[in-house]
Ligand binder design. Structure first.
Ligand code: KIV
Length: 274
C-alpha cells in the first residue's frame, strides 16, 4: 500500500501515480485487486452516485458513509477522501469535526479545494496527523464563482496565481496536489517547480500522476463526455446487454434452469415404533 512519502518518491523516480475515484464497497473490492496506486472518495459522488448537478450537495455524512464502504472493500489501497463543500470553511472546531469523521471512516488522507483561506487549516491538519492533498485549477465546489466548468489558468495573471497557490499549499504541508482542467504547459511548469507530486485531470501528460472518475473511465456515464476523458471500456453497453439478456431469459423461460434451483425437499425419516 502507498503511503504519503511514496507520492514524492514516485515523482522523484519519474514513476507515474494512478488514482481513480471510488464510492462503494463492490467497486472498491474490484479496484483493490488492480495496480492502481490510490483511491479518491471524491465529492463527485454527489453527481455520479446521487444524480445531483454539482458537487455542492455532498455532505460530510455522505462522504463518511462512502469512505467507510470503500475502506471495507479496499484494504490494500491508500484512500483519500474529499472534504465536501464548505465543511472546511467554518470554525476550526467544526472543520476538525468534519476531518475527524472522514479519518475515522477509514480515509488515510483528506483533499480540499483551493488555497486562499485554507492554508492555515491545512497546516493545522498536517500538524494534527492528517495528510492533506490540495486541489487547484477547476475547483468544482466553486462552480458558481467560476461561472461554470471551464479550463482555468488561461491568462498570464491566472497562471501566475495558480503557481503561487500551488506553492502556498506545498508550503502549508500538502503531500500532493490535484490539478484539474489546467492548460498542459502550465500544469507541466507547476509540476516541475513543486517538490510534491501533482495529479492531473484534464491537465495534460506532464503531471506526476493522473486521476479519473470511475464511471467516466469505464464508460458508465451516459451523458458526460468531456475532452479529457478516455473511455477504457464500454461499461454502459456491457451492463445494458447483460440486463436485457436476463430480462429476455426470464420471460422466455430460459432462466432459471435446474442448475440455478435447489433440489427436491428432503423429508426427514422418522423412526417408527413397531
Ligand atoms: O471529486 C472528485 O472526483 C475529484 C476529482 C475530479 C479529482 O475531486
Amino acid at each position: 500500500m502507498m503511503n504519503v512519502f511514496d507520492f514524492g518518491k514516485k515523482k522523484a523516480a519519474g514513476e507515474k501515480i494512478t488514482m481513480i475515484t471510488c464510492y462503494d464497497y463492490t467497486s472498491a473490492r474490484i479496484v483493490d485487486k488492480t495496480g492502481i496506486d490510490c483511491l479518491l472518495v471524491g465529492d463527485s459522488l454527489a453527481m455520479t452516485m446521487h444524480g445531483f448537478e454539482s458537487t455542492l450537495p455532498a455532505t460530510v455524512d455522505m462522504m463518511a458513509l462512502a469512505t467507510a464502504a470503500v475502506a471495507r472493500g479496499a484494504k490494500d489501497k491508500f484512500i483519500v477522501a474529499d472534504l465536501p463543500f464548505l465543511s472546511y470553511r467554518k470554525s476550526l472546531s467544526d472543520n476538525m469535526d468534519a476531518a475527524l469523521k472522514l479519518m475515522q471512516a477509514g480515509a488515510h488522507a483528506l483533499k480540499l479545494e483551493g488555497a486562499e483561506g485554507n492554508t492555515e487549516f491545512v497546516r493545522h491538519l498536517v500538524d494534527s496527523g492528517v495528510p492533506v492533498m490540495g486541489h487547484l485549477g477547476l475547483t468544482p465546489q466553486s462552480v458558481n464563482v467560476l461561472g461554470g466548468y471551464r479550463v482555468q489558468g488561461g491568462t498570464d495573471a491566472a497562471a501566475e496565481r495558480l503557481m503561487e497557490d500551488a506553492k502556498a499549499l506545498q508550503d502549508a504541508g500538502c503531500f500532493a496536489l490535484v490539478l484539474e482542467c489546467v492548460p498542459a504547459d502550465l500544469a507541466a511548469r507547476i509540476s516541475q517547480e513543486l517538490t510534491i507530486a501533482t495529479i492531473g485531470i484534464g491537465a495534460g501528460a506532464d503531471t506526476d500522476g493522473q486521476v479519473l472518475v470511475f464511471q467516466d473511465l469505464l464508460g458508465l456515464n451516459l451523458d458526460f463526455r468531456p475532452k479529457f476523458v478516455k473511455k477504457f471500456a464500454e461499461g454502459a453497453a456491457l451492463f445494458t446487454d447483460a440486463i436485457e439478456q436476463y430480462n429476455k431469459d426470464v420471460k422466455t423461460g430460459e432462466f432459471p434452469h435446474a442448475e440455478h434451483s435447489f433440489g427436491p425437499r428432503r423429508v426427514a425419516k422418522t423412526a417408527r415404533r413397531a
